[in-house]
Structures are given as structure tokens and as C-alpha cells.
Ligand binder design. Sequence first.
Ligand code: ARG
Length: 459
Amino acid sequence: KKSEAWSARFSEPVSDLVKRYTASVFFDNRMATFDIQGSLAHAEMLQAQSIISAEDYAAIQKGMAQISAEIESGQFEWLLDLEDVHLNIEKRLTELVGDAGKRLHTGRSRNDQVATDIRLYMRNAIDQILELITQFRLALLDLAEKHSDTILPGFTHMQVAQPITFGHHILAYVEMFGRDAERMLDCRKRVNRLPLGAAALAGTSFPIDRLRVAKTLGFEDVCHNSLDAVSDRDFAIEFCAAASLIMTHISRMSEELIIWMSPRIGFIDIADRFCTGSSIMPQKKNPDVPELARGKTGRVNGNLISLLTLMKGQPLAYNKDNQEDKEPLFDTVDTLVDTLRIFADMATGISVKPDAMRAAALQGYATATDLADYLVKKGLPFRDAHEAVALAVRTCVERNQDLSDLSVEELQVFSPLITPDVFAVLTLEGSVAARNHIGGTAPSQVRLAIARLRQQLSK
Ligand code: ARG
């Protein structure tokens, strides 16, 4: 069967193994709607420029409408012999409308065609991802709001550091995912440029109107160099880097959810629909979703490295290497979209156990800094205050006591500046309420931050 578009040049058919090796249709056909969209915009321009006739354009439109319907209903027959999504669709178009179908590729190459398809696909994916990040952030804001006053220990080096509010802790993630959204939005600007018109690499001898096609397809601009347009995939690399950072943030959150859910810690529970049991240990309820998300971060990072490595040795302009950009890119989109969707839902299924959090915050001398600050406010230089409190903590550790268990007289051994008003600063509530400035953990600041973020998100 002679099906290759370039077959007149060849004296023997491609071997079956090579056919399978070079074909991309079974993964690039997910770009079919964007391929058709791009072809229609190209044909519309060819017609407007009198490069093809109005009749040909009408026939192409009609044929593409039928092809879209066939693809949507699953009737379209994808053929390995036709290599990729572009040739499959073009071949079917010619079957349906004859010569008009054969004219579609005038002034175009698969090189600028595929670059256009990827950009349309990615623009769509980015918009979906941005929407999912917003939903996730809104769910986290609800959780933070419910727990603006809930106190838990904040950790550094996995050791109790200072009391914080759970709302404040969750807002840290809302900030991270906010920057992630900014990065995606910024990447979108560079994705949203039209390569069509670059043809194979040098442009075309036909009197095309690239700005017209850009406008039809909603691109902000055209790619201004034909060699660059068909050969670079930096926009996909950038997207994968932004995706890796999102997954990195999700992975850090996952790590915390897993720790918090451990019965040893018991700070939270995650709704049953996100967990599984053990086939042998009846007591188990495992945090599978966060664990898998942490694991999937590895594959998304791997995809980024794949694309970087794919690009680094390529001379200008197009090389077939670039066909390998799709699977890592698609896998990153799929993994990210599923993960964000699940996490937006899971955020609503986190139940907090304030008593366990509080009990943990009462251990580990979380208010030692507050005692040092108290002495500073009474005139002691900070370094001296730090030393006095360190001695007090050491004594408490030896006696297995908390700072607030000591009497005023016992505390005065470490500094005569201590008076009975000290006990107010040794409470968890006093400690968090005192951190009352922009970015601080005080419940009033958490509520202000939530209001600010809600306003941002409603825009
Ligand atoms: N399937 C190819 C890709 O993904 C389309 C471009 C092929 N161009 C070529 N000259 N072989 O990159």
C-alpha cells in the first residue's frame, strides 16, 4: 500500500519496524482538534489571499466538519501507515473533498503545523491548569479560614519551634500556588505565538498573511524568525519547569499531610475516599493520594529533564528529535491536571484535630522565644535574654517541666526582670497573637490575609 505523501521519491517502502518507530499518530492524535483548527485558519487565509479559491475553502471547511464529527464519535480510523495526526487528517480530507484537500498544505509544512498544534494544545492546557489552581487555592482558603485560631507547633528541623496557627500554615501553600499560577500565566504569553508561515524552515514563496492567521487563532503575535519558529520548544520546557514547581509544592504538602495523618502525630484525618486499606493489616488507613502525588513529582521532574536533554544537541532548524517532545509534555499535563483536581477535592476532605495540635504545641518549649522577647522589652539585650532563657529551658528539661510550670520566684533565678505578667506571654494564644504584622501568624493577620487573597482570586 503506497500511502506516504513523499513516496514518489522512494524506491522501496519503509520497513514495518521503522514505520512503528517513526510513527507518532497514536499519541499525537490528541492534538486533532487543534490540528483542524490550525488548518482551517490557514485555509481561510489562503482563500483571503487568493491562493486557493473560495470553493476550495468551502470544501475544506465541509470536509473538516465531517472529520471532527468522525473523531468525536470515535469512528475516525487512525492509521499507523500515515505516521502522524497531520497526515491522517489531511489524507481523510482528500478522500472526502478531493483536490481541495490536496491544496490545504500550500505554503505550509508539517514543521510549522506541528509547532502550531502544540502551542494551541498547551494554551488550552494552561487555561485548564490555571482554573484548577484557583479552585485548589479557594478550597485551601476555606480550610485556613476555619482554622485561623487553631494552634499547632511550627517546626524547623522537624523540631518544635514556635506556636503558629493552622490557618497561617495553610496560607503558606496558598502563596506558593499563587506564584505557580503567575508562572503559568507568564509562560502562556510565550506559548501564545504563531509559528505557521515558517513552513519547513525558511518561510514560503506564497503571499501569505501571518498576522491574519494569528488573529484567527487568538495568538498574541507571530514567531518572528522562521528557523526559530519550527525548531525551538523552549515554551514546552518552560511549561514543564513550571509544572515541576507546582508538583514540588504539592509534594511538600503531601509530605506534611502524611506526617500529620500518622497516628503518632494525629493532627489531621483525610476523608476515606482518598485513602486505602491494607490487604493484610486490618487496622490500616493509608494516605495513598499524597504518597502517589509525592511519587508522581518524580516523573514530572523526569519529563522536564527529557525535554531539556532532547533540545540541547539540536542544530537549527527542525529535526525529527522534536517528535519526542510530546509524550513527556502530555504526561506532565495529565499528571498535573489529575493531581490538581484530586487535591482541590481532598482539601475539602481534611479534618483537623485541634486538641492533638494543641497538646503538641505545649511540648517542646515553643514559647521560649516569647520569654526572650519579654526580657528584651524589659531592657535586656537580646543575646543576654537568649542565654537566660536557654538556661531556664535547660533546667526545665532536667526537671521534665514546662516553662509555665515554674513559679515567678523560680523564673527570677534566670532574670530578676521577670514579674507575674510573664505568664501571659508564655501561653500559646499570647504567643501567636503577638505576631501581629503583615505576614505574621496572629489570627487577626490570618483573617486579613484570607480577605486579601479572596479579593485577588475573585478578579
Ligand atoms: N510528527 C512530527 C512531529 O511531531 C511532525 C513534523 C514532521 N516533520 C518532518 N519533516 N518529518 O514533530
